[in-house]
Design a protein around this ligand. Sequence first.
Ligand code: NDP
Length: 305
Amino acid sequence: MTAQLIDGKRIAAEIRAEVAERTRGLAERGVRPGLGVVLVGEDPASQVYVRMKTRACEEAGIQARDIKRSADIGRAELLGIVDELNADPAIHGILVQLPLPRHLDEREVTERIDPAKDVDGFHPVNQGRMSQGDATAFRPATPAGVQELIRRTGVETSGAHVVIVGRSNIVGMPMSQIMLQKEPGANATVTVAHSRTADLGAVTRQGEILIVAVGVPGIVRGDMVREGAVVIDVGVNRVEDPTTERGYRLVGDVAFDEAAERASWITPVPGGVGPMTIAMLLRNTVRSAERTASLAAAGTVAASG
Ligand code: NDP
């Protein structure tokens, strides 16, 4: 292997420590950031994610309020829970764990969240503002985490050709918008590939920075990677592995060993992008609480002045 590893665990720990520092600052002003976490149903992966998010919150000084409901919850009840969290001054961020059971409309629920508390960054108001260059808009945690990984690795993005494979609303699409922004860690020339792209390899080989978010194990082979590229693998896929206790292991979308022969930097799976997603969610939540605290302070000054 010639590539150096981008250690997502270490960088995520750095960000979590920064968040903890900021929550201590807020505590001095009498504010404790609060995150409402809504979990519907019994999906095992969602349960694991929610547990990880809740634990990370507590460690960083953020109060997580878990709200669990059975899969047969009605539309009105779920929207009512979101409304209550929207109105609750102790809650600065709201997260509704996706996917929701089929009878519920994810878009409707996402759009019900107050954009000022939308720390997942999925609300169209935040996505639209972000695309228009508004730095105050909440950004989705996974693509924001990818940008932070690249930035903290010291890789220059300005003028670089970034190729993104995948155009989903939670990863690929916002990733492309982020890398286009006029800001440090962006200013890139961006190409987005997807399932209709003809000759995927010809496109990925152009990427000085290659970000892959597809959900197909090993879809990017070594010969699809440009020599010296920075490779970010967002994919998380279970593949059978009878040699492990669980019977499976996690792999990314990039054939790691092959790609590492050509890349200059590469993220592992697990331990690359995954840990960043939670760290960025925490960061969005503390940012929301800081914003609320500043607004409250400004309101007090205005009222007394
Ligand atoms: P989606 O299924 O929503 O999107 C996949 C994208 O890949 C689509 O745009 C699709 O194209 C494209 N695609 C599918 N097949 C091909 C192909 N053969 N060639 C080129 N492009 C293709 O997935 P997500 O974006 O939600 O997730 C992608 C991966 O990232 C998954 O493995 C997921 O588990 C992982 N993930 C990891 C996170 C983390 O924290 N590390 C967080 C979120 C996701 P089209 O639009 O044309 O259908």
